[in-house]
Design a protein around this ligand. Structure first.
Ligand code: T3D
Length: 271
């Protein structure tokens, strides 16, 4: 990949979260393929650090989250949970999972989940937390929590009904059946399904289109959409007016107008 920067968060063990940046797109890859990218404590810490890192990088304008190998992410590493003296479930959620969800929400850049295979448990929740989801034809989503005597977490009870509506969310969350890619597309859980061999290129192209837009306007759009279900119409209208005041006073708005008049592509500078 010419021009790509590859960064791995510092640490003594094998990198289980990889970050590469190319042409304004950071690709964050969960990298424990032998365990279907199941999440260990170091991996969650690295994922959070990687997200915060790309969030602070003004050269990054869009993020892709994906998995190495045949899975997106199988959720919590269940072997780690069976080790002696594991952290309490609620501590693990508050200390490690929930900050990742908040980081995805708070990143100024849009996050595209490129769901390459099964996304189970908290792995599905992570995909749901992203701004966009595209899936490979063989991908699936499994709210596998019930099978191990747990309730859904990592934001799934908040994101899933917003994505697919209450009735479908209840089916998916309560029954825990795998939702294949074509059904995920039908119910609105993902916005695109592509052949597996095309997923990376499709995700890069989609993120590249986002990276070409005015970063401040994209960040404002993300914030407005994230808060949409919490606001009434009057509050939404006011939030839009405030966001537009910010976007409209940025030089990127003037550049967009000039590019339109001059019939050329805009060159947005960002912050
Ligand atoms: O701290 C906390 O616990 C709180 C947070 C909880 C959040 C959660 O995520 S709870 C839900 C945890 N995840 C699951 O329950 C999913 C468990 N995995 C599965 O149900 C299945 O593996 C899949 C449906 C995802 C895929 O099935 P399949 O048949 O394609 O693959 P497999 O043969 O089951 O798995 C392949 C390997 O990955 C296998 O290892 P091996 O035998 O080849 O050495 C398997 O053990 C490993 N693996 C898969 N999922 C996990 C895992 N290892 C550890 N933890 C896993 N979650």
């Amino acid at each position: 990949m010419s021009g790509a920067r590859v960064r791995e968060p510092a640490g003594p063990d094998v990198p289980n979260v990889l970050v590469g940046v190319e042409r304004g797109v950071a690709t964050v890859t969960l990298n424990r393929p032998a365990a279907l990218n199941a999440l260990t404590i170091p991996m969650k810490e690295r994922l959070l650090a990687a997200l915060l890192d790309v969030g602070r990088d003004p050269t990054v304008r869009a993020v892709v989250l994906t998995g190495a190998g045949r899975a997106f992410c199988a959720g919590q590493d269940l072997r780690e949970r069976m080790a002696p003296d594991p952290p309490s479930l609620d501590d693990e959620l508050r200390l490690r999972y929930n900050p990742i969800v908040r980081a995805i929400r708070d990143l100024p850049q849009p996050v595209v989940a490129a769901v390459n295979g099964v996304a189970a448990g908290a792995g599905a929740s992570l995909a749901f937390a992203c701004d966009l989801r595209i899936a490979a034809e063989g991908a699936s989503f499994v709210l596998a929590f019930g099978r191990i005597g747990l309730a859904p977490d990592t934001g799934a009870t908040w994101t899933l009904p917003r994505l697919v509506g209450a009735a479908r969310a209840a089916e998916i969350a309560l029954l825990g059946d795998a939702v294949g890619a074509s059904d995920a597309l039908r119910v609105g859980l993902v916005s695109r399904v592509v052949p597996a061999a095309e997923l990376n290129a499709e995700a890069a192209a989609l993120a590249g289109r986002l990276a070409d837009l005015a970063p401040g306007a994209v960040a404002a759009t993300k914030r407005l959409l994230a808060g949409a279900f919490e606001r009434d119409l009057d509050a939404a209208l006011e939030a839009e007016a405030e966001a537009q005041a910010g976007a409209g006073s940025h030089p990127d708005h003037a550049e967009g107008l000039a590019a339109f008049i001059e019939k050329r592509p805009p060159r947005f500078r960002g912050e």
